[in-house]
Design a protein around this ligand. Structure first.
Ligand SMILES: [Fe+2]
Length: 400
């Protein structure tokens, strides 16, 4: 058997306390690009980084290394075209030569898009309409404060255009450095921990069975599923445990390395239109839909084998042995094991607080037509079993 793959990733710095390296890494990247000028754009959310004290800490570290941070702290919820266009103007006005994004997926998507727009010109809307980046972005460093979105590793950013009612990916935005310090996630509230963790879990499972899965994306997807399956139910009950937070961040990193190369599936195809129509957190809707899309994919033999692997792994790990409705005893046949894995995942998702029926979040039968009409894109195309409007509707109807 020959093994072929290509693999992309930013430089990764991982570990407790590694945030202290942010100044040195910034100076290194500026020097590497022969940029002596030290103005950098620091993109953050509005509140949590200030509240946790990390904003002051980051500013001090940067200033001690001779860097002037220009703070753009306007990110709330998911980034809009206006927010990103305004941030780009702010970066240009400050003559910033590098961008640092510290926060969740929204902050990182904002930071990376600004980095692209500063060097390439134009507005987000131009790139939504099909324009491509012809020049490299400003160098940028991403520092996640959640374990889940994987935005620090991926080369795309999702930006919302409220006027047009769309959420679209902009590509060609790979960070120079992803700096992952699990200590930054210690203050993440329970709900955000559960939702971002569910997102990572879903991404890893979708990537494992995607049409674009390959040797190396499978390797990372399996590591992610093992690590997240064991850790996610524990961390939501023990938020201050740094060892669990570290494992969540590692699991999320493995997941991001997998899906940024192996792509996603139908859950993520649905997630954008549902997220924008119903203003539902991304990780929540992904978690809710996972079991139903897995069930739909059971017609594909290679998928059944991979879901059976998940069952063997969870069984060996004895995950959630005291909770849930799924019997502990693992069946023998692959198809039964695959069904067992889906039931076990339902147990895990409910245990961390994800509802399993769309009607619990206000989605009704009459909404399905519109959702299906807006469900498209590369995630859907990478789902292992081909879909059409009828099958997409049937998946959602099962999930009601
Ligand atoms: Fe996701």
């Amino acid at each position: 058997m020959s093994v072929n793959f290509s693999f992309i990733s930013p430089k990764i710095i991982f570990g407790r306390g590694e945030l202290n390296k942010i100044g040195k890494e910034t100076v290194y990247l500026l020097r590497k690009k022969n940029l002596e000028y030290k103005n950098v754009l620091l993109v953050t959310g509005k509140y949590s980084l200030k509240k946790s004290g990390y904003l002051d800490k980051i500013r001090i570290i940067l200033e001690n290394d001779g860097i002037n941070p220009y703070l753009y702290d306007k990110v709330v919820k998911e980034p809009t075209v206006e927010l990103v266009n305004q941030g780009t103007k702010f970066a240009l006005k400050g003559d910033c030569k590098l961008v640092i994004g510290v926060g969740g997926g929204s902050v990182m998507d904002t930071a990376k898009t600004i980095a692209g727009l500063v060097t390439n010109g134009g507005k987000v809307q131009d790139y939504h309409a099909g324009k491509e980046f012809m020049k490299p972005p400003l160098p940028f460093i991403l520092v996640p404060t959640t374990s889940g979105t994987g935005s620090e590793i991926t080369n795309n950013a999702v930006i919302k255009d409220q006027k047009l009612g769309i959420k679209k990916s902009i590509r060609g935005l790979l960070a120079n450095t992803a700096l992952l310090d699990p200590e930054l996630t210690l203050t993440l509230p329970k709900e955000n921990t559960a939702y971002s963790g569910a997102d990572a879990f879903v991404q890893a499972i979708e990537s494992l069975v995607s049409k674009s899965a390959n040797f190396i994306s499978d390797f990372f997807a399996k590591e992610a599923i093992k690590t997240l399956g064991e850790t996610l139910p524990k961390v939501v009950k023990d938020l201050n445990n740094i060892e669990l937070r570290e494992k969540m961040m590692l699991g999320s990193l493995f997941d991001a390395l997998s899906f940024s190369n192996g792509k996603l599936g139908a859950v993520h195809g649905f997630a954008h239109p549902i997220g924008i129509k119903f203003d539902i957190p991304h990780g929540l809707i992904c978690g809710m839909l996972l079991p139903y899309v897995m069930d739909f994919n059971l017609k594909i033999d290679s998928v059944v084998k991979k879901y059976a692997w998940i069952a063997d792994t969870f069984s060996a790990q004895n995950i959630l042995s005291d909770y849930g409705d799924c019997p502990e005893k693992l069946p023998k046949e692959n198809i039964e094991k695959a069904r067992w894995a889906i039931e076990k995942l339902k147990d895990i998702l409910s245990y961390i607080g994800i509802p399993l029926h769309l009607n619990e979040i206000g989605i009704k039968e009459s909404d399905l037509e519109d959702i299906v009409n807006d469900t498209k894109g590369s995630s859907l195309e990478n789902n292992p079993r081909d879909t059409n409007k009828e099958t997409l509707k049937a998946i959602l109807r099962n999930a009601l």
